[in-house]
Design a protein around this ligand. Structure first.
Ligand SMILES: [Zn+2]
Length: 884
């Protein structure tokens, strides 16, 4: 099919047309589709592969402005790279398992699969209107069997590699509905969203991934990620939380009878062995296995009551900073190995069993948490690090947590903290009570979910053989269909005997499927790999496909994923590398975390209620229609509950997608929050209309007519250029240089659009005076620079001026640095340091020439009155100062 018969040519003729965004956008969207314009090409020999990826959405059913901003940013980058000659992969998919679909099923009886697919279809329609250059042939949905088959396959890889294991962990238990609840299903008061029952904590055997095996690598390799925001790298580093310190063993004064070594001492980890002389008590987690063995008879009842209380609280409730630190002594005592002192043993809320050794030494003078605990429970406080300017006392109720010089520390007095840490640890190592250690804050990743709408864990439990992997050729373990989801009576899959009861793959005896499903973060930890090889039916992907496309050159998404998703994806990549499935070390070379989209928000400061803008009167101060009180006007993240959302479809209906894109890109730098402003949307619409009129004027008028037919490069003879030609060429090539720079590395789309505005101003009204080549070059460049930002309009312009092929397949313009050189400068003339005038001077003139020019100027004639100046100061390229 020739392009002439398929390209929706704008009507020719002399009559100027009006800008109709909806008509323009629909025409080009369907044309691009018919051309298959956005299909990913195979990189040619020597061509760079560029993978641009937006974090894929959860298919809630409706697109919001946060999505729009994310995808438009990625689209501009993808389009610009394609014009720069790269083979671009720009895919999209759906993070489609998870709780909302299951809740919809429980509340309204809708099949989660049907609900999800319907939402995907809706969102795809909404996305299509934005004119995104997405290759939909690579689309993935994590809830479809042809995807989750491979999630299961990869789980088995991790299992084979010893990275998946089971252990007991706490879950939220609803005692009325007899079911496990996700954290999101527990309300702020700790009650079930559905039954209203107070949620209990229960221990359940669950699946974990050993991400802690990669703690060092995940931390160390952060330094490779130079294209990531510093803030995100810091958040990851803090989350991993590597700390250098020592494990110190405190022997029990009265160990239980016949106790093994680990029953006769308490191990604590500390990053501050230099404060060991300041320890005044030792605290165990209430769940610590030693507690039962060493609690004395007189404390037993209180200890039992305290542990019951702790079991009813979540980790967050237990360790919240604003909570008083609760704890009780258990009667046992230990010996401080460094000085032989006897210390009491306590249990307390702020020590967690699964963190470190589940025990800490209390040093109230030099740890703020210990300080608060000791003050509340009247435990002794010993200053062992000198507090500057306060002798041996602490300042106003604060622990002194800085390093310093040791006091009251025996032989170690006078040592600075860093030396004392080593010296005390070395003494302990020599005497057998200490060991230098590294500890991480990072925990293993609990992936079990007792829910239906997730990827089934492909394991079969056999009484004889244990946890047996489902043979890979039997994958996927498909989710059963037509399940009655009531939200009651335990894990949904566990209730399906027909599905759960299967023979053991090893011995053939009756066995039971694993009925937990996977955390949805599992599904999103490898989707970027599948996009590189989306239709592979033998493997999740080939190593060659990963080598070709990965790492993702530019990943774009919200800061809310700065920790978990990105950490899990990095862990998967490293673990799969070590399984020999791929050869990259890191999945995402560059990361852009876009800011929020905020809407104007009306809030009643007396009631805290948000008021919909439509209900707020236009006149005078905004007032609450209910109580007549004046409302606060704020910008907050768009949300239904705040009535401050702007629906993407409404904006597109009114102005078109190109205006919406331009506004979002222009209003704020991509990583900053963006305040929605209708007036600025209108401003961008007017700018696009101005461009429309500019292009119409050269499409129709005789003397300034531009045709881009057959024109891909523009060579000019510098000697033949008029001053107007030179001025316009300078504007054109400045715009190329600036916009290209703004689209590289640190993306500054807002300043790129400012450059486009400057260029359009430089051309407006000047085109007729230009030579034909300069005029054509100027218009061609303007359209190509506009293409990534306003793709429909740029395509319309391109074809309106008889450009060949799609504008999106044209080469990105290169700037000609000789065009940027200014021939003349404005030379300022000062008299005694005061500006008195200026003149045009050759840009390359030397000092003597500039002085001569200044002396012969009208300014000199007027202010020097014929007398030669006493002194002349020349600043080349800038000014001449005449001092009479
Ligand atoms: Zn078996």
């Amino acid at each position: 099919m020739s392009s002439a018969s398929t390209t929706p040519q704008p009507e020719s003729g002399s009559a100027a047309r009006r800008y109709d965004p909806l008509d323009t956008e629909q025409r080009w969207q369907s044309h691009w589709q018919s051309l298959d314009l956005d299909r990913t090409p195979e990189p040619k020999e020597g061509q760079k592969a560029f993978y641009a990826l937006s974090m894929f959405p959860y298919p809630s059913g409706s697109l919001h402005m946060g999505h729009v901003r994310n995808y438009v940013i990625t689209d501009v980058i993808a389009r610009a790279q394609r014009m720069r000659g790269d083979a671009v992969l720009h895919p999209m998919g759906w993070d489609a398992f998870g709780l909302p679909a299951e809740n919809a099923a429980i509340e309204r009886g809708i099949d989660p699969a049907v609900w999800t697919d319907r939402n995907i279809a809706q969102m795809k329609d909404q996305l299509a209107r934005l004119g995104l250059s997405i290759d939909w042939t690579r689309e993935q949905a994590t809830c479809h069997e042809d995807y989750y088959r491979w999630t299961q396959w990869l789980f088995l890889e991790l299992h084979d590699g010893g990275l998946a294991y089971q252990k007991e962990a706490q879950v939220n238990w609803d005692p009325i509905d007899q079911t496990v609840l996700a954290n999101e299903q527990v309300d702020a008061d700790g009650k079930s969203w559905r039954s209203g029952a107070v949620v209990e904590q229960r221990l359940l055997r669950q699946w974990f991934l050993k991400i802690t095996d990669y703690a060092d690598a995940l931390l160390d390799d952060l330094k490779l990620l130079k294209g990531w925001p510093e803030r995100v790298r810091t958040m990851q580093a803090n989350w991993i939380g590597r700390s250098q310190g020592a494990e110190i063993r405190f022997a029990l004064k009265h160990p239980p009878a016949n106790a093994a070594t680990d029953q006769s001492e308490i191990k604590v980890f500390t990053t501050r062995p230099d404060t060991l002389f300041g320890a005044s008590y030792v605290v165990l987690a209430p769940e610590h296995p030693l507690v039962d063995a060493i609690t004395t008879a007189e404390h037993r009842d209180q200890v039992t009551a305290f542990r019951d209380l702790m079991a009813s609280l979540s980790t967050e409730e237990r360790t919240a900073d604003d909570q008083p630190k609760r704890g009780i002594p258990i009667g046992a005592e230990v010996v401080n190995p460094v000085n032989g002192e006897t210390l009491p043993v306590w249990i307390a809320d702020y020590v967690l069993a699964d963190y470190g050794t589940g025990a800490v030494m209390g040093v109230p003078a030099h740890d703020q948490r210990d300080f608060l605990f000791a003050r509340r429970h009247e435990l002794p406080l010993r200053v062992v690090i000198q507090v500057p300017g306060a002798d041996e006392h602490l300042n106003d109720g604060q622990a002194w947590t800085e390093p310093g010089v040791l006091i009251h520390s025996g032989d170690f007095d006078g040592l600075p903290s860093d030396q004392a840490k080593q010296a005390i640890t070395a003494k302990g190592e020599a005497e057998g009570w200490a060991e230098a250690k590294v500890q991480f804050r990072l925990r293993d990743w609990l992936i079990s979910r007792q829910r239906y709408w997730g990827c089934p864990i492909p394991i079969i439990h056999c009484d004889s053989c244990g946890a047996v992997p489902v043979p890979r050729e039997q994958l996927p373990v498909a989710l059963p269909k037509d399940v009655d989801l009531s939200g009651r009576g335990g894990s949904p899959l566990a209730q399906l005997d027909e599905w759960a009861n299967v023979p053991c793959p090893c011995c053939g005896k009756a066995a039971k499927r694993e009925t937990d499903t996977m955390d949805t973060f599992m599904c999103s930890s490898w989707y970027f790999l599948r996009f590189a090889d989306p239709h592979n039916t033998d493997k999740p992907f080939t190593s060659e496909a990963i080598q070709r496309w990965l790492p993702v050159q530019q990943y774009v998404g919200g800061i809310e994923h700065a920790i978990l998703h990105l950490l899990y994806a990095r862990f998967f990549t490293k673990a799969l590398r070590d399984r020999g499935l791929l050869t990259i070390d890191e999945p995402f070379e560059r990361l852009l975390t876009q800011g929020m989209v905020q809407g104007v928000t009306y809030r009643n400061p007396r009631t805290g209620r948000y008021v919909a803008p439509a209900l707020v009167s236009d006149e005078g101060d905004p007032r609450d229609p209910d109580d007549g009180g004046v409302l606060e006007v704020l910008f907050e993240k768009m949300s239904k509950s705040k009535h401050n959302g702007v629906a993407p479809a409404d904006v597109i209906d009114r102005y078109g997608a190109d205006t919406a894109r331009m506004f979002i890109l222009f209003k704020a730098p991509p990583e900053k929050d963006l305040e929605w402003d209708d007036a600025d949307v209108e401003g961008q619409f007017r700018f696009l209309q101005r461009l429309w009129r500019l292009v119409e004027s050269v499409a129709t008028e005789g003397s300034a007519r531009v045709s881009l037919a057959g024109k891909t490069s523009f060579s000019v003879d510098p000697d033949s250029l008029s001053d107007d030609d030179k001025t316009v060429r300078r504007a054109v090539h400045t715009a190329i240089a600036e916009v290209s720079d703004d689209l590289s590395g640190d993306f500054q789309f807002n300043t790129a659009i400012s450059e486009l505005m400057k260029l359009s101003n430089a051309l407006n009204g000047n085109l007729e005076q230009l030579s034909a080549t300069v005029r054509e070059e100027a218009v061609s460049v303007l359209i190509r620079l506009l293409a990534p930002f306003a793709p429909h309009l740029a395509e319309e312009f391109w074809h309106r001026l008889q450009g060949e092929g799609s504008v999106h397949l044209q080469p990105w313009p290169e700037h000609d640095s000789s065009a940027l050189v200014q021939d003349t400068i404005e030379l300022v003339i000062q008299v005694k340091g005061k500006v008195r005038g200026s003149l045009q001077a050759p840009a390359d003139a030397d000092k003597a020439t500039l002085e001569a020019l200044a002396l012969s100027s009208d300014v000199a004639a007027k202010w020097l009155e014929g007398q030669p100046p006493k002194r002349v100061i020349v600043v080349p390229g800038k000014l001449v100062n005449l001092v009479p």
